[in-house]
Design a protein around this ligand. Structure first.
Ligand SMILES: [Fe+2]
Length: 253
């Protein structure tokens, strides 16, 4: 069973690693220096880089790490020409092994075309890039709401104890938006608990999928009470995701 680690980077990114106390795999290295420090501090050897999508805050550490450790870079086949040094390509539903652990490749396109997530079923970890965030989701840059909603459906189908290792600490901004439209009374205390975590300097991610199944607006297209509250009962699931994304885009904190 692999262990995981999380390294904050840039303003609000998280880099993740999985390791077996000897070798490590880094997911989406925003920058190289904190990864190198972590490897040195923990006496780990970098085995490879795996990547969810091509955005600069997910690839900017790759070049330095490849030159230093002579390792391979893997990414989505769609990102073949968009991720530096990539030489091994994955497609949705591929099954592979990383450091002896099973990994399933999940299509989480919508934020970008071809974005993939890495699901480690034994460790119950999902490295989801910029698809789902705690109480929110990524911008729909290259795909469309239907694609995004299908990606959310794939994540919703995972065991609810799965730890969502998303790439950004956007939780409080998402919660602020949610407070402006949420109909359930319990949200206020949930929001306060998250604020308290940040006050104590703690991260709010990763987090169990169960929390987002309960609260994340973008996953609640079957929540009739919410749809009624927002007066969008007529919308289908993709229309619902489009509507919430649009409201969030227009929200002024
Ligand atoms: Fe991104």
């Amino acid at each position: 069973m692999l262990k995981w680690a999380q390294i904050p980077a840039w303003d609000d990114n998280y880099i993740y690693l999985v390791h077996d106390d000897k070798e490590a795999v880094v997911i989406d290295p925003t920058e190289a220096d904190p990864v190198i420090d972590f490897l040195n501090d923990n006496n780990l050897k970098l085995n490879r880089i795996i990547n969810t999508h091509h955005h600069p805050d997910h690839i900017s550490g790759i070049d330095e790490l490849v030159h230093k450790y002579k390792i391979t870079v893997s990414c989505s086949k769609y990102d073949k020409n968009r991720v530096p040094h990539a030489s091994i390509f994955f497609e949705p539903n591929d099954k592979l092994e990383i450091l002896g652990s099973k990994v399933n490749i999940i299509d989480v396109s919508g934020h970008t075309l071809g974005q993939i997530a890495y699901h480690f079923p034994e460790e119950k970890l999902l490295f989801s890039g910029d698809c789902l965030f705690r109480l929110g989701c990524g911008y729909i840059f290259e795909g469309d709401p239907e694609m995004m909603q299908k990606s959310f459906s794939r994540i919703k189908d995972l065991p609810k104890e799965t730890l969502i290792c998303c790439s950004h600490e956007y939780t409080l901004a998402n919660a602020k938006f949610q407070e402006s439209i949420e109909c359930r009374p319990g949200f206020k205390s949930y929001h306060e608990a998250l604020k308290q975590l940040r006050k104590e300097g703690k991260f709010t991610v990763p987090y169990p999928l169960a929390e987002d199944l309960e609260w994340n607006l973008f996953l609640r297209w079957d929540d009739e009470e919410l749809k009624k509250h927002l007066n969008i009962e007529q919308l289908d699931p993709a229309g619902f995701v489009a509507e919430i994304r649009q409201r969030k885009n227009l929200f002024k904190a």
